[in-house]
Design a protein around this ligand. Structure first.
Ligand SMILES: [Zn+2]
Length: 355
């Protein structure tokens, strides 16, 4: 490995982070911004529509990071992004706010291009991977696997509990990938027949309960079912300055649900209990399927509410048919994907295949 510098981009639904680092994980500069994707252009592709607003913001952030680090160029760029991914970009993004698609262009499939524009701008190879696969690479090299020289002896699953619920699996020396290169889509494991509607369109998925989006939707659904009781702590802060209870419903956030549960609100408590149950069942499914030594948790919900970890682990134990894995918050906390992008960039330089 040369002493060349590498760059990474962590692209979440609401935030973008650019880093410049050495190959051994010394981060020299880090720049973060809220996603602001309106400064872009739509173009017609042979099989759909392309939009370059994300590539433009990513390019600007990476230039800022390079300037901050005092570095002119990098040997490779790794990108971890919430999927689905296709053709070097993000396909049909569901959590990103984009300007309206002009009349005459197809609305689907919609690609947010990343690889080609960034390769052209920085004259360096770019590797784009699903954020959970990226994160588990970060975990292997710089997190729980850091002290283990023989990476083929490691069996690690990384689970993110953030807007959604997903996983990356490292098993005996490689990332497990499916036929389309997907990560373990554990968010869509069925936990309740005819349960809440999930973002994927099905009902009763783990993600419909154990994710930021699921927690908010579950709280809203339970409040409506119970006739929007004004006594609920969940509605009180949101009602400030309004008497419109439905408007108040729209202001519910995961931190508000956690705070209300802490304050003894019964509806909020039930929502958190649902999240613990669904998360525990998903952990058990992962443990039974992959038999890992350790499951690490990341993502904003897990990082900000580590108290979920122990009860989810207890729930997991009720459904296990393997020796229980250790369950813990990722030692890299909210930087696991960032560290993974360094590994992606390093593998690109060294021409190591993903799986
Ligand atoms: Zn689903």
């Amino acid at each position: 490995m040369t002493a060349a510098h590498l760059a990474g981009l962590d692209i979440g639904g609401t935030k973008l982070t650019a880093i410049v680092a050495t190959a051994d994980g010394d981060i020299r500069a880090r720049v973060q911004a809220e996603a602001a994707l309106d400064d872009g252009q739509y173009t017609q592709f042979a099989d759909g529509t392309g939009y370059d607003g994300l590539a433009r913001q990513a390019t600007a952030l990476l230039h800022q990071a390079l300037k901050k680090a005092g570095i002119a160029r990098v040997a490779a760029i790794g990108i971890g992004a919430a999927g689905p991914l296709a053709h070097g970009g993000i396909l049909n993004p569901t959590n990103m706010v984009l300007p309206p698609i002009p009349d005459g262009l197809p609305t689907r499939p919609l690609y947010l291009q990343l690889v080609v524009p960034l390769e052209q701008e920085f004259a360096a190879p770019v590797r784009l991977e699903n954020d959970c696969n990226t994160a588990v690479l970060g975990e292997v090299e710089f997190g729980v696997g850091k002290q283990t020289a023989n990476k083929t002896s490691l069996h690690i699953v990384y689970i993110t509990i953030s807007t959604g619920l997903g996983a990356g699996v490292w098993s005996g020396g490689r990332v497990l990938l499916g036929k389309d290169g997907n990560a373990a889509e554990i968010g869509h494991i069925l936990v309740r027949e005819n349960g809440l509607r999930c973002g994927c369109g099905n009902y009763g998925c783990a993600e419909a309960y154990c994710s930021g989006r699921g927690i908010v939707h579950n709280a809203q659904t339970r409040l409506v079912r119970d006739g929007l009781p004004v006594t609920s702590v969940l509605l009180q802060p949101a009602m400030a300055g309004t008497t419109d209870k439905f408007a108040a419903l729209e202001k519910i956030t995961p931190p508000l649900v956690f705070a209300a549960a802490e304050a003894g609100d019964e509806i909020a408590r039930a929502v958190i209990d649902d999240a613990i149950y669904a998360g525990g069942v998903a952990l058990a499914a992962v443990a039974n399927a992959y038999d890992p030594t350790v499951i690490t948790l990341g993502g904003s919900i897990a990082i900000n509410h580590p108290e979920l970890c122990a009860p989810m682990e207890t729930e997991m134990h009720r459904h296990l048919n393997v020796v229980a894995p250790e369950v813990r918050i990722s030692p890299l906390r909210d930087r696991t994907v960032e560290y993974g992008t360094i590994v992606l960039a390093r593998r690109t330089v060294n021409q190591v295949a993903m799986s």
